[in-house]
Design a binder for this molecule. Structure first.
Ligand code: AFP
Length: 281
């Protein structure tokens, strides 16, 4: 596996992130199209997907491009497979809140398990634009600007003392087991939930704690997509010394059934995830 290809993927996403952020202006409306998961797309979803597809598929050594916003895998030669959520939390664009771009590089054709990931990360469009990048068990944080990326933290590790939590889904739709777990956690930690997985997971990576979008009553598969959200975020949090779980095992060990399948996602402090699995048993 070539370092150059990975460097090409990461620098292309870092460079594009600055343009994507600028290009959100004037693209806050809804497109009249749906993504393969049946969700109405934002204009910005479609545009950001086109920008990233064009640039990432042009890299020598990238053989596949797939995204949460398009039905099929784009074949583009021989090499690694890049899976992207171009604008995670795009429903936050209307209210001008945090959003992200999520990516994972797999060394197997898609759909693939998280165990086939060789590198993953995300861009956070917060007050400033930052990137978390995980590879070979190490996580690095960069600040992005002017197409450049500046290292601000190396060996990012989940803080030992958990402080924050964020749980998705409506409380009435939580299973009794998950609700019991949530009641315990809310008496111990502070709530931080903004509706964009990337913003919420970055809170956990910065302050310690747990994020989850669980399986729901009537929707045991939850909401988040395995290839584009569950796997990349599981890979980053595990590389930072935390744990990921679909409720029973590491998200990275979930066998893929389809490109756009959903999976319950729980990530964060190892002890808190162990407790969750005990509760859901
Ligand atoms: P959008 O990309 O449609 O805004 O969804 C964001 C997301 O996939 C993930 O980032 C959030 O954690 C979750 O959905 C928010 O879902 P709820 O709106 O149900 O809280």
């Amino acid at each position: 596996m070539s370092d150059d290809v990975l460097e090409g993927v990461v620098s292309t996403i870092a460079r594009s992130a600055t343009e994507i952020r600028q290009g959100l202006v004037g693209r806050r409306g809804k497109a009249d199209t749906e993504n393969p998961s049946g969700e109405t797309q934002a204009e910005a979803d479609v545009w950001a997907d086109d920008v990233l597809a064009e640039r990432l598929s042009a890299i020598d050594g990238v053989g596949e491009y797939a995204s949460e916003e398009r039905t099929a895998v784009l074949e583009c030669g021989e090499g690694l497979s890049v899976a992207v959520d171009p604008l995670d939390g795009s429903s936050n664009l209307e209210s001008n809140n945090a959003m992200g771009t999520v990516f994972a590089v797999y060394e197997e054709p898609l759909p693939a398990p998280g165990t086939a990931i060789v590198a993953a990360g995300y861009v956070l469009y917060g007050p400033i634009t930052t990137m978390m990048y995980a590879r070979d068990g190490r996580v690095t944080e960069y600040e992005l600007g002017g197409g450049e990326r500046t290292t601000v933290r190396e060996d990012v590790t989940l803080p030992e003392t958990p402080i924050v939590y964020g749980f998705g889904g409506r409380v009435p739709d939580w299973t009794d087991e998950f609700e019991a777990y949530a009641r315990e956690i809310e008496s111990e930690l502070k709530l931080r939930y903004g509706g964009a997985m990337i913003g919420d997971v970055n809170q956990v990576l910065t302050y310690g704690g747990v994020f989850a979008y669980p399986g729901l009553e009537g929707r045991p598969e939850g909401k988040l997509r395995l290839q584009f959200e569950g796997n990349p975020i599981g890979y980053v949090v595990e590389a930072a010394g935390g744990r990921s779980s679909d409720g029973e095992r590491s998200v990275l060990e979930v066998e893929p059934e389809g490109l756009h399948q959903r999976v319950p996602v729980h990530v964060g402090d190892g002890e808190l995830i162990d407790r969750l699995e005990d509760r859901l048993e």
